[in-house]
Design a protein around this ligand. Structure first.
Ligand SMILES: CC(C)(COP(=O)(O)OP(=O)(O)OC[C@H]1O[C@@H](n2cnc3c(N)ncnc32)[C@H](O)[C@@H]1OP(=O)(O)O)[C@@H](O)C(=O)NCCC(=O)NCCS
Length: 235
């Protein structure tokens, strides 16, 4: 019995070792991606198409950030000092799409940017704070048509998020939305319409519940997360 267990665990060990040899995420499978500039950390590249670029202006940090592109001539730009935590993904599906992330914007974890449809963009200003489990998207991914006309009623539209915007966990920003400067999007919020400067918006769909307010990045406690990210950046 013991011999059998040892034998089986050996086989399991070999199986585990073999599994490690097979990459979990596929790297560039067709076409290519140019990554310009300096950065710390690692990208996972899932690319089909050509002329696609990630541009890091200044120094930003990435933790296995997925760059997923299907199409040509798409550009993803990180201005100086961005910090992208684990399980974040930036998708461009279509051509001539731009995703631009302003300086000192941070992503805690599990943030998904989905920029789809030719020529559209997601623009994020400076010093924004994306918490976790957040999606920002320019398209519904599937077409809805009016029965009378047969025409599409849900065209994709670009998204713009201003400077110093805090998006709390489990929130979504949908196609065509402009979020102003110095805005808070409360937890579990679905933003479907524009949000004005200096306001707090909450709920599904988002409604503005406070105006003429400001938020501050400094945590209300000694944040272990901030310390860990700083140690990572200082490495
Ligand atoms: C956005 C947030 C900070 C606002 O806090 P606040 O300014 O104290 O807001 P209040 O509690 O006064 O709420 C104002 C109103 O909005 C409602 N509200 C607040 N947050 C809401 C939410 N996420 N969804 C729906 N309604 C919400 C309140 O019920 C209240 O409604 P009322 O005026 O009818 O009573 C807070 O709602 C929030 O989301 N906190 C979680 C932040 C978080 O997850 N941090 C950790 C990671 S960054």
């Amino acid at each position: 019995m013991i011999k059998r267990l040892i034998k089986e665990s050996k086989i399991f060990g070999i199986y585990k070792a073999l599994c490690k040899l097979v990459p979990k995420q596929y790297e560039t499978i067709k076409g290519g991606l140019v990554i310009e500039g300096n950065y710390k950390g690692r990208f996972v590249k899932q690319i089909v198409g050509g002329g696609n670029k990630v541009i890091c202006k200044g120094m930003s940090s990435f933790d296995g950030t997925v760059i997923h592109i299907t199409g040509n001539n798409n550009t993803i730009i990180f201005e100086d000092g961005c910090s992208v935590g684990p399980k974040c993904s930036f998708w461009a599906e279509g051509s001539n799409i731009t995703i631009r992330i302003g300086a000192h914007t941070t992503f805690t974890h599990t943030v998904h940017f989905c920029a789809q449809e030719d020529g559209l963009s997601i623009e994020v200003g400076e010093d924004c704070m994306f918490s976790n489990t957040i999606t920002v998207r320019t398209s519904d991914s599937h077409i809805i048509t009016g029965n009378a006309t047969g025409e599409r009623i849900n065209p994709g539209k670009s998204v713009k998020i201003g400077n110093h915007v805090w998006i709390a966990p489990k929130s979504m920003v949908m196609k065509g939305v402009t979020v102003g400067n110095n805005v808070i999007i409360g937890t579990n919020t679905m933003v479907t319409k524009d949000i004005p400067d200096d306001s707090l918006a909450v709920g599904i769909p988002a409604k503005v519940v406070k105006t003429n307010i400001s938020w501050h990045r400094q945590a209300t406690f000694e944040s272990s997360h901030q310390k860990i990210m700083q140690a990572y950046l200082d490495k």
